[in-house]
Write a protein that binds this ligand. Structure first.
Ligand code: ADP
Length: 570
């Protein structure tokens, strides 16, 4: 990429006066932040100017009058009194000051005008486009309290140099330029020069950088490409879904696809939503454990719930408080609020509601010290028993009965082998390992792949992958009952990364894009059910591969195969 050869597409949003002395090297702004002589004046500039103006005109007037008197009296002009000498000194001093102050700026305006004309050909994009871009980029209005200290170079090459030298902070490019793509391009070039490392291979073009500004990613320099595969159809609650999975793990999509096939051939899976509530737990401190306990009793008293609901629910028309659970550690109180959040994953929403309640509680508990809006009893993005036991986000159970023939033909194993393996691996083995919510074969694989494809927060795969997989022989031992119970699937179909083009397309494929108009919350609940159904398929397939001793064979086939794809099909 050669930035230097390309003229800028847009001029900077905040049109500054032309630069005073842009050098050919582009290193044009050393002077911009340098102190001005006026900084050294003991009085404000306007006052100093006023004094010198008055001085200049009054001594001029005085000297002219003296000159006229001398001519009238025939006194030689060169004969000077002390007052005349002082007046002449003042005249010269004030003249030098005024010439220095106004004369240089006057001369400078001529030089600048010429320079401005030199730059003219580069400004070929109409202002209207710039204005349009600025709307997309949501630029903050220029702050009147912080005058702009430097002018932006017009040329991309100069901008890159300014970022490399540290003159323009890399993070400020979007707001300074009003063009998110150009900002990413300049930042990327500066990064390459600073590190001496090439970013070749990381694409820059073909991404809407406006769409991530202020909500998804800061200081972008490109985007990572991930393949998206599809598994399905997944027959779930009578409907078929094609599940998008973003992954670089060979075998994963193929394996989930095989599980979907087994479920489809056996009449489908059923998923039930047990609970839907996002949680946030601030930590507050009192001077004594007694006072902390008083607040606990207050919050858990059913008589206070309605009042607290009104305060909490005003955070959003979708936020509806469900319950409050308190835990005490000495004089510290952890308050776990749980609320429904419509189709949003809900962290922002619940946090706003919690803030409202905390503000409200301070009226009755002024001695309460809010230590943090999140006290880890929530618990977000960390393995924690509270989520495993109480649930967080969507709690679901999903089941299917896989017929004996399907187990044999599609999964290439037997019901008894699967039941035994599940007992010894997913239950006993995980118990021996001291697992926390990890009583499964690879739920996290499927959860992460769907999360990434559909714009969920991938860090929440930690609790979202909590899963216990059960397998039991039914129908006189002929068929297999398989289930996955997942208490904390944290998903949304609105907000965060879900609105980005690729992720939105994947949600659209599942029919759960955006907010549900008819029944708020139903889209995100369906997405959680699809996640669980896909996990069910993944569990079935991987467990079967292990039971049949095929795991290594299939991984060698899909993970380490040659690039000749004709061999994969054999
Ligand atoms: P989160 O709480 O998951 O971080 P955001 O607060 O970023 O999500 O996004 C949710 C926003 O979407 C809220 O402003 C909310 O008012 C709006 N919204 C519109 N329709 C819905 C819906 N059906 N469910 C939830 N939020 C919705």
């Amino acid at each position: 990429m050669d930035i230097s050869r390309r003229p800028p597409r847009y001029k900077p949003l905040l049109s500054p006066p032309p630069p005073r002395h842009s050098s050919a090297s582009g290193d044009s702004s050393d002077h911009r932040s340098s102190p001005k002589a006026s900084d050294a004046l003991p009085l404000p500039l306007y006052l100093t100017n006023g004094i010198f103006f008055t001085l200049f005109f009054s001594v001029s007037y005085f000297l002219l009058r003296r000159w006229r008197d001398k001519i009238r009296n025939s006194t030689p002009l060169h004969v000077l009194s002390l007052s005349e000498l002082a007046a002449i000194t003042c005249l010269i001093a004030s003249f030098i000051y005024l010439l220095g102050f106004f004369g240089i700026d006057f001369v400078q305006s001529f030089i600048s005008k010429q320079e401005g004309e030199d730059h003219q050909p580069q400004r070929f994009i109409p202002d209207i486009i710039q204005e349009d871009r600025s709307i997309h980029c949501s630029l903050p209005p220029p702050s009147p309290s912080k005058p702009k200290l430097m002018e932006l170079p017009q040329d991309d090459e100069d901008l890159v140099k300014c970022v490399v030298s540290g003159e323009i902070p890399s993070y400020s490019l979007e707001s300074k330029l009003g063009d998110c793509f150009r900002a990413a391009k300049i930042r990327r070039e500066a990064l390459q020069r600073l590190t001496g490392r090439s970013m070749e291979g990381l694409p820059l073009e073909g991404f809407d950088y406006d769409s991530i500004l202020g909500q998804c990613c800061e200081m972008p320099v490109g985007y990572v490409q991930l393949p998206v595969g599809i598994a399905g159809p997944l027959l779930l609650n009578g409907c078929e879904y094609t599940v998008p999975m973003a992954t670089t793990e060979g075998c994963l999509v193929a394996s989930t696809n095989r599980g979907c096939k087994a479920i489809l051939a056996s009449g489908g899976a059923t998923c039930v939503l047990l609970r839907d509530g996002m949680t946030r737990a601030p930590v507050v401190r009192f001077a004594s454990a007694k006072r902390a306990a008083e607040l606990k009793f207050f919050l858990e008293d059913p008589l206070n719930f309605d009042t607290l609901s009104v305060v909490f629910n005003k955070s959003s028309r979708f936020a509806r408080i469900q319950g409050i659970q308190c835990a005490i550690a000495g004089k510290n109180l952890y308050i776990r609020f749980s609320c429904s959040t419509g189709d949003a994953m809900g962290m922002n929403m619940v946090s706003k509601g919690v803030q409202n309640v905390l503000d409200f509680l301070l009226n009755d508990f002024p001695d309460m010290e809010v230590i943090g809006i999140s006290g880890n009893f929530c618990s977000d993005k960390k393995p924690a028993a509270v989520n495993w036991i109480e649930g967080r986000g969507k709690s679901v159970v999903c089941e299917a009965v896989i017929s004996e023939s399907v187990v044999a033909k599609v999964l290439k194993t037997s019901v008894s082998a699967l039941v035994e393996l599940n007992m010894l691996k997913n239950l006993t083995g995980s118990a021996i390992a001291g697992a926390l919510g990890g009583f499964n074969a690879h739920a996290a694989n499927i959860v992460s792949a769907i999360f990434i494809a559909t714009g969920q927060d991938p860090a929440q795969n930690i609790e979202s992958s909590h899963c216990i997989t059960m397998m039991e022989a039914v129908n006189n031992g002929k068929d297999l009952h398989v289930s996955v119970t997942m208490p904390s699937i944290e998903v949304g179909t609105i907000g965060g990364g879900t609105q980005l083009a690729s992720q939105s397309a994947c949600l659209n494929l599942l029919g759960v894009k955006g907010a549900s108009k008819e029944s708020p919350g139903s889209n995100s609940q369906l997405l959680a059910a699809i996640v669980a159904g896909s996990v069910l398929a993944g569990e079935l397939s991987l467990m079967s591969a292990i039971a049949a001793g095929q795991l290594i064979k299939s991984h060698m086939k899909y993970n380490r195969s040659s690039r000749d794809i004709t061999k994969i099909g054999s």
